[in-house]
Design a protein around this ligand. Structure first.
Ligand code: SF4
Length: 475
């Protein structure tokens, strides 16, 4: 089972949202947008690279079985062990079993979306093993007791003042709200943990099938500490992260950092092929690669929806999304937010848990324009809306009855002009008792789910007449 609230509740989120989330998010994402544009302007071949990357990812997905087998062979040839996890529970079980076999009490982790997906930290805590995040952003949100609100900047919603206050409360350390100072505190706390850790847990940005190499792209040195200091390295990676060869990697690396943070390359790019060799003094004695399916092979069956698996987790679509920038990541209800979350979560979890997400988009198209691997996000959003409304449940029950009823009524009204005209006359009359100064601040159930979050504009009376007059005037 995946750990997710029973239902994503936008109203509940909105009631509890700290007032500064959009400001903090807009400031950070605005910086990324600017840097990305500058880096792209330096590369005249940008569009050709995007096309090449898209083809590489599509090709790999179409031959996933072949590349996964090749990858597994090469990892084993390099001395590593490969485990196949059909779902989150199996992945947790395998990781826990490895850690327990080594009598682990402390596991240090580098940033990994796959471990967020399977709820690994919770499982380790229940088994009495501390799983400590060492990426600065992940460390901060672990202290705060929340999930990430951005896929590459997990604590993007917090200001430096809030982080200083968090350190005071959780670590008992008074510090000025200065990023350098706060980083030094985290570094001091974490360094001692790295040296004591029994197990290191990581994800991966890519897995190169040609040589069985795990590629990790980070901006902090923590990823290297996690994968070299402890005696055992466990990598938990989604099966879609495999790529054919190093040539493909060069294309994808050119796009990743530029799209994510506007850097030419991230500070560290680590290549890990198996555990330490006999002749080496340092490095883990064991390397375990857990290949996680957890619904991905089911997603592959949908020719359009499967393109979500091309994602290289750069976060560019979040940064430009007007919805994400105004509500922040928690509104998406799971570890993966923004436009990519809106097309990933419903396909992974089923419409009963995440079916609202494809509808929570303005369809402006900005996400599709920036995506470095050309995922047609707006088309997939529409496709998922259609699947939800047609009762294709992605493994769960059908779309909510009210949504289906409203869609059917709208379809009927748009087919029958007399019904449409009647509706536009009746709706302003019916809602007049609820109207205040051009807005409807509250509606009775079930429409109150909307008005709990934001007022509804009053219905324009005689829209069709206004439209006719407008056409006449402009002619
Ligand atoms: S969908 Fe595209 S833009 Fe969004 S995170 Fe994935 S690769 Fe980046």
């Amino acid at each position: 089972m995946n750990e997710l609230p029973a239902r994503i509740d936008f109203a509940a989120y909105s009631e509890n949202v700290p007032p500064n989330i959009p400001a903090a998010v807009q400031q950070a994402t605005g910086r990324f947008i600017g840097s990305r544009q500058s880096r792209i302007a330096e590369l005249p071949e940008w569009e050709a690279l995007r096309e090449a990357a898209s083809q590489i990812r599509l090709h790999t997905l179409e031959h996933l079985d072949f590349y996964l087998e090749r990858l597994a062979e090469r990892v084993q040839a390099a001395g590593g062990t490969v485990h196949w996890a059909a779902d989150a529970a199996q992945a947790r079980h395998i990781a826990l079993e490895i850690a327990q076999k080594h009598g682990a009490r402390l596991a240090v982790k580098s940033k990994s979306m796959a471990t967020e997906e399977i709820g690994l930290n919770h499982a380790f805590a229940q088994a009495g093993i501390e799983a400590l995040e060492t990426d600065l952003g992940e460390y901060i949100i672990q202290l705060a007791g929340t999930g990430p609100s951005h896929i590459i900047v997990p604590a993007v919603h917090l200001t430096k003042e809030e982080i200083a206050e968090l350190f005071r409360q959780k670590l008992g350390i008074e510090a000025p709200p200065d990023p350098h100072h706060l980083t030094q505190i985290a570094r001091t706390v974490l360094r001692e943990k790295f040296l004591r850790a029994d197990v290191g847990i990581s994800g991966a940005n890519f897995l190169v099938a040609e040589t069985g190499t795990l590629v990790m792209v980070t901006n902090e040195g923590n990823g290297r500490m996690v994968t070299t200091l402890p005696d055992v390295h466990i990598a938990i990676v989604g099966i879609e992260k495999v790529i054919p060869d190093w040539e493909a990697l060069t294309v994808l690396l050119k796009l990743l950092a530029r799209s994510a943070t506007g850097q030419k390359l991230s500070t560290y790019t680590s290549f890990i092929t198996g555990p330490r060799r006999h002749e080496h003094e340092h490095g883990p004695r064991e390397f375990h690669l857990i290949l996680l399916d957890n619904g991905r092979s089911r997603i592959l069956r949908d020719p359009l929806g499967r393109q979500v698996l091309k994602c290289i987790r750069c976060g560019a679509c979040l940064n430009v999304c007007p919805v994400y920038r105004n509500v922040g990541g928690f509104a998406y209800g799971w570890f993966i937010s923004g436009p990519i979350g809106a097309i990933f979560s419903p396909q992974m979890l089923g419409v009963e848990r995440a079916g609202q997400l494809p509808f929570a988009s303005s369809l402006c198209g900005a996400c599709g324009e920036v995506c470095p691997v050309k995922i047609p996000i707006p088309q997939i959003l529409l496709h998922l809306r259609r699947r939800a409304m047609e009762g294709d449940s992605f493994g769960g029950p059908n779309a909510p009855v009210t949504a289906r009823l409203l869609a059917s009524l709208s379809a009927l009204a748009f087919r029958l002009p007399w019904l449409y005209r009647l509706g536009t006359r009746l709706l302003p009359l019916l809602t007049r008792p609820f109207s205040r100064a051009g807005w409807i601040p509250g509606l009775p159930p079930p429409a109150n789910r909307w008005t709990k979050v934001r007022p509804f504009p009053v219905f324009a009376a005689r829209f069709h007449e206004w439209w006719k007059n407008r056409k006449r005037t402009s002619a």
